[in-house]
Design a protein around this ligand. Structure first.
Ligand code: ZN
Length: 458
């Protein structure tokens, strides 16, 4: 398939926008010819902006089934109190059905690749491959506590199966090792994960220091911090993507290097009432990205919204600064507050539209050596998002990249190509998908399964 536009996002960060023809074979881009259109193309997109589809580096697509359910429960440990009870009831078929719904929502907000972490990972892998949605699947491993405690051997087996499945790889589905967290995975299972890393060469994708309980359990059981314990186990010697990293001290932040990536999930963390300090991560020189986590704790699940939060976070610390406290108590002046604001802004200087988009394009798309995504270049997954810059939600788009970060650009999403397949009808993307027989059948199945599960919870 050949796709042409006069406005294709080319290069890495920094980006340039220009005319190009993108040549696609199977799920991959096999060539990019810059310049005016020459010869026949299958899709001429005119002046529409063609960008890489977004990469969501930490999510649980099946938790779409719990959207909105956690709000009444945010005082306790919502993961343990509510999710676990629900999750213990789930079959592989339930999870596949819910994963499809979560993936449709991602598709309609411009996401083409998800780093998913959940039980019955193989069922998710096969459901997403059909949709299509590309993914790094980490079947959740936990042997001490949690709903998957009796399934860790099966999930490890599934990890190996996915990692060795050439058919899935061709469709843009690969594996990561998914130890759940430091308090739900034993020392021996972490060691087993390291062995499998050596055998498979795939990265680790885990939650890290997410809750006060996890931090206290590390202290009680191992007499050290979550990061300190992982360091002693040798886990920090291999490439890893760590979600949340809330209870990580400054010295530990400084010790992360190019093998480690911390992921903030701003809106999910706002829901829990404790957003990660990405400004401090930046100051410590840590590699970091943003992700959605799950609809259970982030109803929007729009990765683009996470970018706008990250951009806003550049200035938010001024409101909580000592300088502003001094102003409130009449011991400091307005100019002092403004200086604090300017210092905070300086720290997140890379929070420009292009810098933020890079986090969900080439940066997140380069975290797994088994596939390349988030960039329009030969060899990368053919995951493209097409934006109508004439849509009123982004018009007049003087700076198209700024429009993607700051405007409600989902409304301008004209077409999606995922794993080389055109999803829905270009120009009628949302309606064509949500009125299709396939979507309706998938939603009916998910509704039916969810109804039965919730009845069991009452
Ligand atoms: Zn998570």
């Amino acid at each position: 398939m050949r796709v042409f536009s006069r406005q294709v996002v080319l290069g890495g960060h920094p980006y340039r926008i220009g005319p190009a023809t993108v040549e696609i074979e199977g799920s991959r881009i096999v060539g990019v010819s810059e310049g005016a259109r020459t010869g026949e193309v299958d899709l001429d997109l005119g002046d529409k902006l063609v960008s890489p589809a977004f990469v969501d580096p930490h999510t649980h697509v099946a938790l779409h089934a719990l959207r909105g359910i956690g709000f009444a429960q945010t005082d306790g440990n919502v993961v343990e109190d509510l999710f676990y009870r629900f999750e213990r009831l789930l079959s592989a078929e339930d999870i596949a059905a819910f994963a499809r719904m979560g993936a449709y929502d991602r598709l309609l907000s411009g996401v083409g690749l998800v780093w998913d972490h959940y039980f019955h990972g193989e069922a998710i892998a096969r459901a997403l491959a059909e949709l299509p949605m590309t993914a790094v699947i980490a079947p959740t491993l936990q042997d001490l506590d949690g709903p998957g405690v009796d399934r860790w051997e099966a999930e490890l087996e599934a990890t190996i199966t996915i990692a060795r499945d050439a058919g899935l790889a061709e469709r843009g589905i690969v594996a990561a090792l998914g130890p759940h967290a430091t308090d739900t995975v034993s020392e021996s299972l972490w060691e087993r994960v390291l062995d499998e890393h050596d055998a498979l060469g795939v990265p680790i994708h885990a939650h890290l220091a997410q809750s006060v309980e996890e931090a206290e359990r590390a202290r009680d059981r191992h007499n050290r911090s979550c990061v300190g314990w992982l360091r002693d186990l040798g886990v920090l010697e291999v490439p890893a993507v760590f979600a949340h990293a809330l209870f990580v001290n400054s010295e530990e932040l400084e010790s992360f290097d190019e093998r480690h990536t911390l992921i903030a999930c701003p809106h999910a963390q706002l829901h829990f009432g404790f957003p990660a300090r990405i400004d401090l991560w930046q100051r410590a020189g840590v590699r970091w990205g943003v992700a959605t986590d799950a609809a259970a704790s982030n109803d929007s699940c729009s990765l683009r919204e996470e970018l706008r939060y990250a951009a806003g976070f550049a200035t938010a610390p001024a409101s909580f600064s000592d300088a502003y406290a001094a102003f409130l108590h009449q011991t400091g002046d307005a100019r002092g507050v403004w200086r604090a604001r300017t210092r905070a802004r300086h720290v997140l200087e890379e929070a420009t539209p292009a810098g933020l988009l890079h986090k969900v394009w080439g940066f997140a798309g380069g975290l797994h050596r088994g596939l390349r995504a988030g960039v329009i270049a030969e060899g990368a997954l053919a995951n493209l998002a097409v934006w109508d810059l004439e849509d009123v939600s982004v018009w007049p788009a003087h700076d198209p990249l700024a429009a993607l970060v700051y405007a409600d650009a989902e409304h301008a999403l004209h077409a999606m190509i995922v794993a080389g397949q055109v999803v829905g009808t270009p120009g009628d993307l949302r309606r064509s998908i949500v009125t299709s027989d396939t979507f309706r059948a998938h939603r009916a199945e998910a509704n039916d399964r969810l109804g039965r599960l919730l009845a069991q919870l009452d």
